[in-house]
Design a protein around this ligand. Structure first.
Ligand SMILES: Cc1cc2nc3c(=O)[nH]c(=O)nc-3n(C[C@H](O)[C@H](O)[C@H](O)COP(=O)(O)O)c2cc1C
Length: 287
């Protein structure tokens, strides 16, 4: 399956059948994990897969309001701490979710603010930090699928609703041209079609409470990614969100080999006039 197809197909599923994931599927996930894309390949990240009664111990520990959805399996990404390790984990986590999508395995990210508690619930003995937790299994049929209705973090409702509805902001709200708030003229601009598609892919990434706390600014032959500081989202979840949108962007853009992200703010980032609540967090140039 092509990346764009997986990116468009990926969706969070929050209700699982009791059917266990076959050992061969679990083995395939474990074998594929080292081949997933990494933002910062020097950071050591390992995968722990837990099944069986882990579902009972996860409840109350991970997920919005402690809801962990009693999934047949939990995938936990454990990372060493290093500069930008959260963004890196978010990046790998999204590639893992796209692999699950391709394998027909339903899944949902779970917020894990307390790494030690998440490791204890999953029976993991590791010095590394539990950065990403993903519940997975076979989802229930669409007609009874739960849809997330988000108001605030303490006011999240899981509604029964047909279809996948987690609307994303449109590409023209996500990407600005040169200055903050200035929409890209997608029609008249001599936009590289691959860049256009890459922004579209970036806009479809999962994010904590679907907040999409980031914007991209296109400045000449430079793309600057800016992250929003939000009261509703923890720093950890924002950084994971950043990693996830970067993976989607790269998965498409890297077909032309022009991705060499630098983490942090580029020189002169102030000139784009971003509001105070945003920071430039990554950028790249192409020839
Ligand atoms: C870092 C992160 C943490 C998340 N935590 C949770 C969670 O704890 N519980 C949950 O139901 N969904 C969680 N999600 C899934 C988002 O709510 C979901 O991606 C968003 O609502 C958009 O829906 P979609 O994934 O179907 O496109 C999380 C997603 C990310 C990226």
């Amino acid at each position: 399956m092509k990346y764009m197809e997986k990116i468009e197909k990926r969706t969070s599923i929050r209700e699982f059948r009791k059917k266990v994931l076959e050992q061969e599927k679990l083995d395939m996930i474990a074998e594929s994990f080292p081949k997933l894309h990494r933002l910062l390949p020097d950071i050591d990240v390992v995968l722990a897969i837990r099944t069986g009664d882990t579902m009972l111990r996860m409840e109350g520990v991970t997920g919005y309001q402690g809801k962990s959805f009693m999934a047949p399996a939990y995938l936990v990404l454990l990372s060493e701490k290093a500069d930008y390790y959260m963004e890196n984990a978010g990046y790998i986590g999204e590639d893992l979710c796209l692999l699950l999508t391709e394998m027909g395995i339903s899944h949902c990210w779970l917020t894990a603010n307390d790494s030690d508690a998440a490791k204890a619930a999953a029976g993991i003995d590791s010095e590394k930090e539990a950065v990403v937790v993903i519940a997975c299994g076979y989802g229930v049929k669409e007609k009874t699928k739960r849809r997330l209705d988000i108001r605030t973090p303490s006011n999240v409702h899981f509604k029964e609703r047909k279809g996948h509805i987690a609307p994303k902001i449109a590409q023209d709200e996500l990407v600005y041209q040169d200055k903050w708030g200035v929409a890209v003229d997608w029609v008249n601009q001599q936009m590289d079609p691959l860049l256009d598609k890459s922004f579209y892919a970036a806009s479809l990434a999962p994010s904590f409470l679907n907040r999409q706390p980031y914007r991209y600014v296109l400045k000449g032959r430079q793309v600057i990614l800016c992250a929003k500081k939000e009261d509703m989202t923890s720093v950890k979840d924002t950084l994971l969100d950043i990693g996830a949108t970067m993976l989607n962007f790269d998965a498409i853009a890297s077909q032309q080999d022009y991705i060499d992200w630098q983490m942090g703010a580029p020189e002169g980032a102030e000139s784009i006039g971003m509001p105070e609540e945003y920071d430039a967090v990554a950028y790249y140039y192409w020839d």
